[in-house]
Write a protein that binds this ligand. Structure first.
Ligand code: Z5A
Length: 211
């Protein structure tokens, strides 16, 4: 018996291990025979990836916070129209690396933009569409920055100070407290095996709920 498509997102502060987690979730879903579309934000479409380059690159380092917010939602509008909504309508599962919770965390918590302003754009661009399940990979900012620092050159967000990421983390945890049915917090400070097991438990519980 076929199930309708579902929308799952992954969130977390810098170096939380989203890339690894994303692959784990994909394997779990595909292992049960589901048709999974893996995508990311900002990005996921040709236009969205171009906007990502503008947002993450250092060409426009001093862009206004409002500009950053609007570009995030411009990329999201395109992503919803071109990828997310058609996939869900076709009964496919969408697994997305970051979505609107990241806007509340980075542009809201990090940059300090008003929650109401973000909520207006959310309603405009998404209507009632929101993820069915969100896995929030949480860990102390210093640990995440230490892990992320071992990778490539920092992008425009990664160049921020630790206090910025502390605000981002707290904003994410506030979202999780206010939407506990949807957002499951994974302690990502543990070793990869333990994090993977916690992710598997949440995904399996979700599959049980929706079947
Ligand atoms: N952004 C925004 O501001 N507003 C929005 O609305 C949206 C996004 C949608 C790009 O996101 C930026 O966009 C992001 C927020 C902003 N900026 N930042 N920062 P992104 O998701 O593409 O960028 P990212 O956060 O840098 O994600 P990432 O590069 O994919 O990082 P990650 O997935 O969390 O980390 P990782 O590569 O999986 O792991 C980091 C390292 O740690 C790596 O070497 C792993 O092998 C290692 N690792 C992972 N897990 C473990 C454990 N458990 N133990 C030990 N080591 C580990």
């Amino acid at each position: 018996m076929s199930m309708p498509g579902r929308f799952i997102t992954l969130e977390g502060v810098e170096g939380a291990g989203k890339s690894t987690a994303l692959e784990r979730v994909r394997e779990l879903l595909e292992g049960t025979g589901l048709d999974v579309v893996v995508t990311r934000e900002p990005g996921g479409t040709a236009l969205g990836e171009d906007l990502r380059t503008l947002l993450l690159g250092h060409k426009h380092t001093g862009m206004a916070d409002d500009t950053e917010l609007l570009l995030m939602f411009a990329a999201r509008a395109e992503h919803l129209h071109q990828v997310i909504e058609p996939a869900l309508a076709a009964g496919r599962w969408v697994l997305c690396d970051r979505f609107t919770d990241a806007t509340y965390a980075y542009q809201g918590g990090g940059r300090g933009l008003a929650r109401e302003r973000i909520a207006q754009l959310e309603t405009w661009v998404q209507g009632t569409r929101c993820p069915d399940l969100t896995l929030l990979l949480d860990l102390p900012v210093a640990v995440g920055l230490e892990r992320a620092g071992k990778r490539s050159a920092p992008d425009r967000f990664e160049s921020e100070q630790q206090v910025f990421f502390e605000r981002v983390r707290q904003a994410y945890l506030t979202i999780a407290r206010n939407a506990s049915a949807r957002v499951k917090v994974i302690d990502a400070g543990r070793d990869l095996g333990e994090v993977g097991a916690a992710i598997a438990a949440e995904v399996e519980a979700f599959l049980e709920r929706v079947r």
